[in-house]
Design a protein around this ligand. Sequence first.
Ligand code: GCV
Length: 739
Amino acid sequence: MKRFFLLLIIIALTLNLKAEDGYRLWLRYDKIDNNIILQQYRNAISSIHFYGSSPTLIAAKNELLQGLRGLLDKKIPVANTISNHSLLVYTKSSSVVALHTGIDYVALGKEGFVIRTILAEQKNIIVITANSDIGVLYGVFHFLRLLQTHQNIQKLFIKTVPNIQNRILDHWDNLDRTVERGYAGISIWNWHTLPDYIDQRYIDYARANASIGINGTVLTNVNADALALTKDYLVKVAALANVFRPYGIKVYLTARFSAPVEIGGLKTADPLDAEVQNWWKQKADEIYQYIPDFGGFLVKANSEGQPGPQSYGRTHADGANMLADALAPHNGIVMWRAFVYDVRAQKSNENFASPENKIDPNKETENIASPDRFKHAYNEFKPLDGKFRKNVLIQVKNGPIDFQPREPFSPLFGAMPQTPLVMEFQITQEYLGQGTHIVDEDPLFKEVLSIGTYEKGKGSTVAKIIDGSLEEHTVSGMAGVSNIGNERNWTNHPFGQANWYAFGRLAWDHDLTSEQIAEEWIKQTFSSDKHFIDVAKKIMLMSREALVNYMTPLGLHHIMGTGHHYGPAPWVSNAGRADWNPVYYHRADSAGIGFDRTATGSNALIQYKTEVSNQWNDVNTCDEKYLLWFHHVGWNYKMRSGRNFWDELCFKYYSGVDSVKWMQQQWNSLKNFIDEERFQQVKMFLAIQEKEAVWWRNVCLLYFQTFSRMPIPAIYEKPDHTLEYYKNLKFPYAPANPS
Ligand code: GCV
């Protein structure tokens, strides 16, 4: 009997040890499972000396103590005297600098830090130091990461400074807690219980963000609600700001341009109207009374039904500058989005007092023959370069259309030298398998950041434009549309966490490689077992290309279902505007497929510098991954593989599905390497991913075959349903319809 109970206890303990619900993200701090490394770390850290007691330093100290306690499975004493193997944590202003560590603090700026091993008074000491408290906190997280990833800490000399100043998560969270394009439950902001109830999740959100260097959060959806700017909400926003402040995170809000009308009782929101300008000034003053370090506004204007200055015959610069003037006395910034393609907004002069003014694709019948949507943002914003206030940044999506699995970079990068541009990436996977596909987005982010724009000749990468180094801008930013919800594991798919992680790490240091980032994340999140890391990393690094292949290979884009954007629907031709229709983008006909954006077509390529457009202008030299973005290609066109275009298209779609099957097999081989809970979650999601990859492949090939009139090569399995069957599928359960 005794033995039976003992067995039960052992089982219970084992289960407890292995229970992993994903809540802890990459901050798991479990005991290091390699005894040699564990011993080395225990030897190297005998005591901690922590100087300072600001809220940020207390957060850093608690994190360090908690982290070391878990990782080393040992309580490291906090001591007053420095001994051999002490860990010293301090800011420049602390008296301990008398140690003469030779650290160049000037180079560290506001947020950078140094982690260094020094020999002082015959003692081996590790120091974590920075100019500021927040730099120390970042240093602490980095140090813990070194241990979590089993790095050698014998001779440390790490100095790191963020490339980009404003590293921001954009939440598309509505005040009713629905999340636009959110696939992980409802919003984590519980407006009903704020400001009195501080959910532990808010604190853990701040810890997670600070650990990867994110220093800003836009709490509300860009499809904005003016109510967020009322006192009722500002006190709630202030409560969140208080939680985030010690972690170096500023809060921002989206500003609905028509707020002076909707909540201010004015008759107009015209940015050149003195009363309107005054209203915004007073609103900004009020906000700063509640939140003294408020970051500023993010604005979506004259886009997809959102009001904006063009509704009053004014320009985007007029609108942005008015808000910038209101924020300037408080050092706030305006991030003004360049995601515009709304032809009607320029013509109308509506009163936006009611939400009915939003575009409703179901009611909209006018089929506006718009010019190429690709060109719109550039046409609108390029002429405004140099016309914005110093505290305005223009926020540009990575590509010209809308977060597709692969897009060429937006031609605005390289076209607005006088204006700081914020990169907007979408972390949430609206067009990348939504909540159920493994897609490591890091290679997508890197692909865009590392491409040359030729703004100032060779080497003018998008990254250098974003970080401000090319034009020496004094302000810079990178924003990621968040994939976080109130699901226990934050992102629903366990691998969704990797994209949040990668965004933060890249915003801090865009030179990090995808391999490095994936490996760090895997080690911290799952296991440091070499085999596990190798396999999981391979899955991650090939996942985005796999998705491109089974969804939109060879430059196809925007062929998803209307509204919910779930699944393929390349046949759609009846959406409210021409440029909401898949047929507008793929242009398949009996001659071929693809959007001619050369001089014989829309000539969008002219928006790039010649060195760039030359790469894509000629169908014979254009990188095939962008082919249908720029060319209408014949079905028999000879591809570099030797296959004709149709066969190549089939090859890509089938290899995309094969890749997912390979991912499944590989994942199955990892069963005994990690906890059952997360293993099973990923396995089930991979089964959905495989099913949906097959669906995408079958639909697209059956549909495009109606134009090519060519057979799917016999070596491939045949689609198991007809096109009609697929066309009749309905998805009343598809998540996150637009608000
Ligand atoms: C927030 C796409 C999405 C919309 C989103 C919009 C934007 O159109 O489908 O849901 O709205 O982009 O970025 O503003």
